[in-house]
Write a protein that binds this ligand. Structure first.
Ligand code: GLU
Length: 475
């Protein structure tokens, strides 16, 4: 039975939920669903000071927005709950004690002073500092001595007792390579803090065992602590599941990992959703950021991705975030979206009064030409608000005003009248229509011009041409 999990820590601001989150949830989800297994959502809130309820809430909302639903989790329950780590403290404390009994861990009564710094260091820096590799003196304290200090009520942490001569080895399920680390390179990480809370290392193993997780797929930042996790599995007497680490999405601007600040900016989910990117398009783009199908197929719904996703397609090199490609996907999805749905999506973004009927006429004209909803709103603006005066060819707009003033307001009549005028003056068709686009819509890129004029109406079209005919500026 395949069981996967997504185990976010709700520590940043709600806005800091980023695209990397979605990829991790998505691939775990796909692996479970493809194999008829379960996908678990676990909230890792053992850092009580930094954990936030609103961020936990935002995690639920974000996943649902992308259609990624979980079978078990804090809100829906399940057979292996609770699914919030702060509600499982006893289990970690029991496991830590068991590890001490089996000589896989030891009490350290001197650690409390630098505990915070040390934990921070072990989470944030990839290579543990040399200082951390030095075995703490507490390692050789006798158990009788420890017992005495315990009974005296002294505060303590519990550390992993890593054998220096041990060889830790595992094959990464995503990176598909064997990783080998010597015990002397692995520090005696803190497993249980002096406040009785576990560190990530202990909690993750205890929970993945208890929740019967078959595949632990997680961020690359955890790769260097995997040996300690292997050691805990051994100490608790359980087989190690498959473990894999996601590639890192690179910022094209720096060629490096996105910075913390970018997580709330251009790498944040909110940034893209607020700018009118469709969740389906973002999701489809993310599917291919580090995974590739056997053929060149690019468009996948979530269900199609679930059916196609496989380990073989996982890429080993770090993908680079490509906004242009995301735009391409978004354009594709805008074109696939039914008109009435697009109407509902853009209505709240409009800064002018209009009617559904008018929008229904306009949407088909613009949706083929944009890659975002924001572009769509921009491109539609001239239907409601006259553009600022542009520098245009006076002769072109004057001629157009004259013939259009006499035209019946009907497609073929408008087109014939304008083309006759182009021919009569021997103008270049492209130049002539460019002048009209600028005068009527204020831009060189517009929906089809005749259809746009039909929607604008004859008097408004003539008014815009007149305004430009009186404009002194010549090109
Ligand atoms: N809470 C960890 C994180 O947010 C989870 C890592 C894991 O998936 O094991 O990175």
């Amino acid at each position: 039975m395949i069981r996967t999990r997504f185990a976010p820590s709700p520590t940043g601001l709600p806005e800091s939920i980023h695209l990397g989150f979605v990829i991790r949830a998505l691939w775990n989800y796909a692996l479970a669903k493809k194999n008829g297994g379960q996908f678990v959502l676990r909230i890792e809130d053992t850092d009580q000071k930094r954990s936030r309820k609103d961020t936990e809430e935002a995690i639920y909302i974000s996943l649902k927005q992308f259609g990624i639903n979980w079978d078990e989790g804090p809100d829906v329950g399940g057979p292996y709950g609770p699914y919030r780590q702060s509600e499982r403290l006893e289990k970690y404390q029991q496991a830590a004690k068991l590890l001490v009994e089996k000589d896989y861990a030891y009490y350290d009564f001197d650690a409390a002073v630098r505990e915070k710094e040390e934990i921070k260091e072990s989470y944030e820096s990839k290579e543990f500092t040399d200082q951390l590799k030095i075995r703490p003196a507490a390692r050789s304290v006798s158990s009788a001595e420890s017992q005495k200090r315990l009974e005296a009520g002294e505060p303590y942490v519990i550390r992993a007792k890593i054998p220096e001569d041990k060889v830790f080895e595992f094959t990464d399920w995503i990176l598909k390579k064997k990783i080998r680390v010597l015990g002397k390179e692995v520090s005696d990480l803190i497993l249980l803090k002096s406040d009785g809370f576990p560190t990530y290392h202990l909690a993750v193993v205890v929970d993945d065992i208890a929740m019967q997780i078959s595949h632990v797929l997680r961020g690359q930042e955890w790769i260097s602590s995997t040996p300690v996790h292997l050691f805990i599995y051994e100490g608790l007497g359980y087989p190690v599941p498959e473990i894999g680490h996601f590639t890192v999405i690179l910022d094209p601007a720096t060629g490096k990992k996105f910075s913390k600040r970018d997580m709330e900016g251009k790498f944040g989910i909110k940034h893209w959703l607020d700018r009118g990117y469709l969740p389906e398009a973002i999701l489809n783009y993310l599917m291919l950021l580090g995974w590739a199908p056997k053929d060149d197929r690019e468009l996948f719904t979530l269900d199609e991705f679930v059916q196609t996703f496989d380990q073989a397609g996982l890429q080993k090199s770090n993908p680079i975030f490509d906004e242009k490609k995301l735009n391409w996907f978004n354009g594709q999805y805008i074109r696939q979206t039914p008109h009435d749905q697009l109407l509902q999506l853009i209505k709240p973004k409009l800064e002018y009064e209009t009617t559904d009927d008018k929008l229904t006429d306009i949407i088909p004209l613009v949706k083929e030409r944009v890659s975002t909803l924001a572009d769509m709103v921009d491109m539609m603006r001239f239907f409601f608000i006259a553009p600022e005066l542009q520098a245009v060819n006076q002769e072109h707009v004057q001629a157009a005003r004259q013939v259009l003033g006499k035209a019946t307001w009907e497609k073929t009549d408008i087109e014939t009248a304008l083309l006759d005028e182009v021919k009569a003056h021997d103008w270049k068709t492209g130049d002539f229509f460019m002048s009209l686009r600028l005068a009527i819509a204020g831009s060189k890129v517009t929906p089809p011009l005749t259809e746009s004029m039909l929607i604008l109406g004859q008097s408004e079209t003539l008014a815009r041409l007149s305004a430009h005919a009186q404009n002194e500026t010549q090109t």
